[in-house]
Design a protein around this ligand. Structure first.
Ligand SMILES: NC(=O)c1ccc[n+]([C@@H]2O[C@H](COP(=O)([O-])OP(=O)(O)OC[C@H]3O[C@@H](n4cnc5c(N)ncnc54)[C@H](O)[C@@H]3O)[C@@H](O)[C@H]2O)c1
Length: 252
């Protein structure tokens, strides 16, 4: 049990990587607080976790709303008395137009959901971690945000994911001496609704870009998130942890 008795917030828990991570964390003994926009999906995942003997509660909302980040933290404290970690994972790809054609609304949506929401999450979570003297934050970035990343049509997405690495590293430096660790997880192509699930041509195209010639499963990425949130990674902070089947090496 890697997370026995720990309370962990997971955003983007209604599908894909977040849902797989929430299930895994609960199996590993965590009390999970599920966040995303869709109530029905969160409720049914919480019921499944509880049906398997785990502890889960949920609150639907939009991560662009600062009050929502605060409400998730309050819920964790109310239900379980403390907060030990957060997998701030909600994200969107957005419109994949080249920048000259990209609408400003898309830029704001992608930056708002992928990056500004992480700022709100950290603002809500870090004061609790400070008081307790411990806490671990993981942001879901992407290989696209790494120094060898950047892909055509992904200007807003790549900017947001690179921004998350900078945010994680700044937070890591600010709070390392307070027992708070902050890392970024950089998945490669992963089979999820956002990753092309249900569209065999897209999946085959993305798989072929990877040296491993396949995409990750959400469960594989969840294992990396588990490692970063658990005490096994106790000397890691400010790390961009790449889990991408060799994709960023290929792009180097
Ligand atoms: N799938 C991939 O290939 C891949 C690769 C690298 C990084 N990522 C990142 O992984 C994370 C999870 O994506 P996924 O692939 O599991 O996709 P997904 O579409 O299955 O899940 C996205 C989750 O984010 C939530 N979400 C989106 N906008 C939200 C908002 N405004 N407020 C609250 N919740 C919101 C959705 O409800 C959903 O639960 C994202 O940050 C994504 O950028 C995915």
């Amino acid at each position: 049990m890697e997370l026995e008795g720990k309370t962990i917030i997971v955003t983007g828990a209604s599908s894909g990587i977040g849902a797989a991570a929430a299930s895994l964390f609960a199996e590993e003994g965590a009390n999970v607080i599920l966040g995303a926009r869709r109530s029905a999906e969160l409720e049914s995942l919480a019921e499944r976790i509880k049906g398997s003997g785990g502890n889960a509660t949920w609150l639907a909302g939009d991560v662009r709303d600062q009050n929502y980040s605060e409400a998730l933290v309050e819920l964790a404290l109310k239900e379980y008395g403390e907060l030990d970690g957060a997998f701030n994972n909600a994200g969107i790809v957005g419109d994949m137009s080249p920048v000259p054609e990209m609408q400003i609304d898309n830029w704001h949506d992608v930056l708002g959901i992928n990056l500004t929401a992480a700022f709100f999450a950290a603002k809500a979570q870090i004061p609790v971690f400070r008081k307790q003297g411990h806490g671990s934050i993981v942001f879901t970035s992407s290989f696209v945000g790494f120094s060898n990343g950047g892909m055509s049509g992904m200007g807003a997405y790549a900017a947001s994911k690179a921004g998350l690495i900078g945010l994680a590293q700044s937070l890591a430096t600010e709070h390392a001496s307070e027992g708070i660790r902050v890392n970024a997880l950089l998945p490669g192509g992963t089979v999820t609704p956002a990753g092309g699930e249900g569209n065999p041509d897209v999946l085959a195209y993305i798989a072929d870009l990877h040296p491993m010639k396949r995409m990750a499963s959400a469960a594989e990425i969840a294992q990396a998130a588990l490692f970063l949130l658990s005490d096994r990674s106790s000397f890691m902070t400010g790390s961009p942890m790449i889990v991408d089947g060799g994709m960023s090496v290929r792009l180097a």
